[in-house]
Design a binder for this molecule. Structure first.
Ligand code: GAL
Length: 675
C-alpha cells in the first residue's frame, strides 16, 4: 500500500467531482476552470462513462479532447482522477457483439439505452475493455495532471445467459472438482436436482418455485469473483505501464452487494466510495457515519476517498423524490466524513447535464449557474477544506486514521446468506441488523470499525456479530480465540446456524458459536410483525424468539410469555478472560442501547469524549503525529463541552467549557500535539 507515493501530492484535502467536459463546448471549459479555481477545486474525475467519446468506432480513438482537457487541468494545478469508461459500452459495441449484452434473471436480453449494458462474463466485452484500458494507460500514465486511476464505475453488473453459464460451470469445477462434491454440498437430492454432467448446471435464472439456496449463494460468489477479475485485469494493465500511479475503483455503499468489498479492496491501492444518504435529519447523519466506517475499514483503517456525494439534494429514485439539503448541512456532513477518515470530498458531479439521464441530479454548479446557494456553499466548503490541509497527511506509522476499540463483523457471505427466500423469517436480513447495531452505538457515542473473521482482532476490546447466518468453523475459531484471549463479543440470533455453504448445522441452531456462547438453541419462534415480546428485565423485543438452553452461560433476561416463559432471551458466558453475549431476540431500541451499555462496560469501552452520545458525535482523527478531536452537534440542543486545544474551523484556542449549538462543529488540534 503506497502511502508515501510521489503521486500522493501535497495538494491537501481533495476537493472536486466527476467532470464531463465531453458534454460541453470548449468555451464552457474555460468557465469551468474559473469556477473551479474560485471554489478551490484541486481534483476532478474525468472519463467515467465517456467510452463513445473516446472510441466512437471500434478501434478508432478520439483522444484530442481528452488531451486538451488534461492539459488544461495540469496548467491550472487541478489533479485528475482518470477513469476507464468501461461501465458504459457504446451502441456500436452492442450491435457488433450482441452476445455480450446482459441477460436478466427472467431471461430478457437488454439493449443499450442506459448504462452498464454488458455481460462481464462475455469475452468480447472483456477484450474491448482491456483494449481501451491499455490505450488510455499508454497515452496518459505519465501525464502531469494524473493523480489516480479510477477503474470502471461501481462494478456491480450481474448477468445470466449462455456465456455466464459457461463461466459459472468453470468456476464450479474449480471449486468442487467433481460433481459428487457439488451434489453433496448443494444437497441436490432435495427436489430431484441431482446433476450428472456439468452442462446440466445453469446460472440460477427464474425457475418455477424456490431455488436451491446453496446454488444461489455459489452464483453470488461466482459473480463477485467475475467482477473482481474484471477489476484485476484493468489494474494489471495500468500498473504494467506505470506501477506507482495509485489505483481505485468506486464502491457503492452501503446497498451494493454484488461483490465482496474486502476482496475488491485487496486489488486496489485506495478504497473510494460513492455515498448518498437518503433520509433527512439525524438519520441521514447516522448513514454518513455508517458509510464512512465501512469505507475506512475496507481500506485497512487508512484514509479513504469519498469519490461521490451529492450537494444540495438527497437523491432517491426509489422513493420518487429529490430532497434539498438544509443550508449548512453539506459542510456539516462533509466534516463527518472527514472525521472518519475521508481524504476530502468529491461530488457527482461538477456541472448539471443539460439533458440526458440524471438531468436533475444535484451538481456543484447547478442549472441556475454560479449565482446560486449551491455554488456558494461549494465555494464555502472548498475554502474550508483548503484551510484544513493539516489533516491531509496519513497518520504516523502504527496508527489508523481513527483508533476504535469496537468492531462489527461485515462479510459478503453473511449478507448473501440471508438473501434467500427460504428462511424462517425475513427479519433475519443482514443489512438492517448491522445498521441497527451501528446506529445504536453511534447514539451511545461509540465509534466502530468493521472486520471480517479472518482478520487480526487483537486491537479490539469488543467484536459484535449482528447477523452471520453462514459461518465457517475457521471463522468460529477466530472468534473463540479472540474471546479466550480476553476479548468480548455479542452474537445475535440465527448467526452460525449454517456452515459457509448454507448447510444447516445439526444439533443446535447458532451451532458455529454454540460452545463459545455456552448455549444450545433447539427451536425458532419467528414472530408476526406486530407482536411485542416482554422480557423479565422490563425491556421489550420483537420479531424473533428461540428456545435457548443454558450450557454454561447465565441468563440476563428471560422471555416472560407462553410458550417460552422463563427461557433465556439474553445470555452471557465467561470464556477464558473474555465474555460472549447472546441475543436470542431483537431487542427494542432502548433495550438494545441498555444492553450494549452493559456489554461496553464489560469490555471497558467508553466514548472519545465525555459529551459524546445522543446527538453529540466525537471522533478523534490522526494525521502525521497529531491528533484532532472532531465534535459535531447533531441535536436540537445547545451543549457545553469541556475542551482544550486549537479549533481549526475558527482558528482559535479553546480552554475549558465551550458552547456547541445545534449544527455546530469543532475540529480541535489536541494540546499534546502542539508541544
Ligand atoms: C452513482 C454513480 C453516478 C451517478 C450517481 C447518482 O452511483 O456512480 O454515475 O449515477 O450515482 O446518484
Amino acid at each position: 500500500m503506497p502511502t508515501d507515493h510521489p503521486l500522493r501530492s501535497d495538494d491537501g484535502l481533495v476537493f472536486g467531482g466527476d467532470y464531463n467536459p465531453e458534454q460541453w463546448p470548449e468555451s464552457v471549459w474555460l468557465e469551468d476552470v474559473r469556477l473551479m479555481r474560485e471554489a478551490h477545486v484541486n481534483r476532478v474525475t474525468i472519463g467515467v462513462f465517456s467510452w463513445s467519446s473516446i472510441e466512437p468506432r471500434e478501434g478508432q480513438y478520439e483522444f484530442g479532447w481528452l488531451d486538451r482537457i488534461l492539459d488544461l487541468m495540469a496548467e491550472n494545478g487541478i489533479g485528475v482522477v482518470l477513469a476507464t469508461p468501461t461501465a458504459s459500452p457504446p451502441p456500436w459495441f452492442s450491435l457488433a457483439h450482441p452476445e455480450a449484452l446482459p441477460v436478466t434473471a427472467d431471461g430478457v436480453r437488454l439493449i443499450h439505452g442506459s448504462r452498464d449494458t454488458y455481460n462481464p462474463a462475455a469475452p468480447a466485452y472483456r477484450a474491448a475493455a482491456r483494449r481501451l484500458t491499455s490505450a488510455m494507460a499508454e497515452r496518459y500514465s505519465f501525464h502531469p495532471a494524473l493523480r489516480m486511476w479510477h477503474l470502471h464505475n461501481e462494478y456491480g453488473t450481474v448477468s445470466y445467459g449462455p456465456q455466464t453459464d459457461t463461466a459459472f460451470r468453470e468456476w464450479l469445477r474449480a471449486k468442487y472438482g467433481d460433481l459428487w462434491e457439488l451434489n453433496t454440498t448443494w444437497n441436490t437430492a432435495f427436489w430431484s436436482q441431482g446433476y450428472g454432467e456439468w452442462e446440466e448446471i445453469f446460472a440460477p435464472q427464474a425457475t418455477q418455485y424456490l431455488p436451491n439456496p446453496s446454488h444461489l449463494l455459489d452464483f453470488k460468489r461466482f459473480s463477485a469473483d467475475l467482477l473482481r477479475d474484471c477489476l484485476r485485469e484493468q489494474a494489471e494493465i495500468v500498473r504494467s505501464v506505470r506501477p506507482e500511479v495509485p489505483v481505485t475503483t468506486n464502491f457503492m455503499l452501503p446497498s451494493w452487494n454484488h461483490y465482496d468489498q474486502w476482496d475488491f479492496a485487496a486489488e486496489i491501492d485506495d478504497v473510494s466510495v460513492d455515498h448518498y444518504p437518503d433520509t433527512p435529519g439525524i438519520e441521514g447523519d447516522v448513514q454518513v457515519a455508517f458509510g464512512s466506517d465501512l469505507a475506512r475499514s475496507f481500506n485497512g483503517g487508512r484514509p479513504w476517498v469519498l469519490m461521490e456525494q451529492a450537494t444540495t439534494m438527497v437523491y432517491d429514485y426509489a422513493q420518487g423524490r429529490i430532497l434539498a439539503r438544509d443550508p449548512g448541512k453539506l459542510l456539516f456532513n462533509t466534516l463527518q466524513y472527514l472525521a472518519r477518515g475521508a481524504t476530502g470530498s468529491l461530488f457527482f458531479q461538477w456541472r448539471s447535464p443539460r439533458a440526458g439521464a440524471e438531468f436533475f441530479h444535484s451538481p456543484m454548479v447547478p442549472h441556475a449557474g454560479e449565482n446560486s446557494r449551491t455554488f456558494r456553499e461549494i465555494v464555502e466548503l472548498g475554502t474550508t477544506l483548503a484551510n484544513l490541509h493539516e489533516l491531509a497527511p496519513p497518520p504516523a506509522a502504527g496508527h489508523g486514521v481513527n483508533q476504535n476499540r469496537v468492531a462489527i463483523v461485515w462479510d459478503a457471505t453473511a449478507w448473501w446468506s440471508t438473501d434467500t427466500r427460504a428462511l424462517p423469517s425475513n427479519d433475519t436480513a443482514f443489512l438492517p441488523a448491522v445498521k441497527s447495531v451501528h446506529r445504536a452505538l453511534w447514539l451511545l457515542g461509540i465509534n466502530t470499525d468493521f472486520v471480517q473473521l479472518d482478520q487480526d482482532l487483537s486491537g479490539y476490546n469488543l467484536v459484535l456479530v449482528p447477523s452471520k447466518l453462514a459461518a465457517s468453523n475457521a471463522e468460529a475459531e477466530v472468534l473463540r480465540r479472540f474471546v479466550a484471549n480476553g476479548g468480548h463479543t455479542a452474537i445475535w440470533y440465527f448467526s452460525g446456524s449454517t456452515d459457509e455453504n448454507l448447510n444447516v448445522r445439526q444439533g443446535s441452531f447458532t451451532g458455529a458459536f454454540a460452545d463459545l456462547l455456552g448455549i444450545r438453541v433447539e427451536e425458532h419462534f419467528p414472530q408476526l410483525e406486530a407482536t411485542a415480546l416482554k422480557l423479565s428485565d422490563g425491556s421489550t423485543a420483537d420479531c424473533w424468539a428461540e428456545a435457548v438452553e443454558l450450557r454454561g452461560a447465565i441468563s440476563i433476561s428471560n422471555f416472560t410469555e407462553f410458550p417460552l416463559a422463563g427461557r433465556p432471551a439474553v445470555t452471557k458466558h465467561g470464556v477464558g478472560m473474555g465474555t460472549a453475549h447472546y441475543l436470542a431476540t431483537r431487542l427494542g431500541e432502548d433495550a438494545l442501547r441498555t444492553h450494549l451499555r452493559r456489554i461496553l462496560n464489560d469490555a471497558g469501552v467508553s466514548p472519545e469524549h465525555p459529551a459524546a452520545g445522543y446527538g453529540i458525535e466525537a471522533v478523534r482523527r490522526y494525521a502525521g503525529n497529531d491528533s484532532y478531536l472532531f465534535l459535531l452537534n447533531h441535536s436540537e440542543e445547545t451543549v457545553d463541552v469541556g475542551i482544550h486545544g486549537h479549533d481549526l474551523l475558527t482558528d482559535s484556542a479553546l480552554h475549558g467549557e465551550t458552547t456547541l449549538g445545534p449544527g455546530a462543529a469543532l475540529i480541535v488540534r489536541e494540546p499534546w500535539a502542539e508541544q
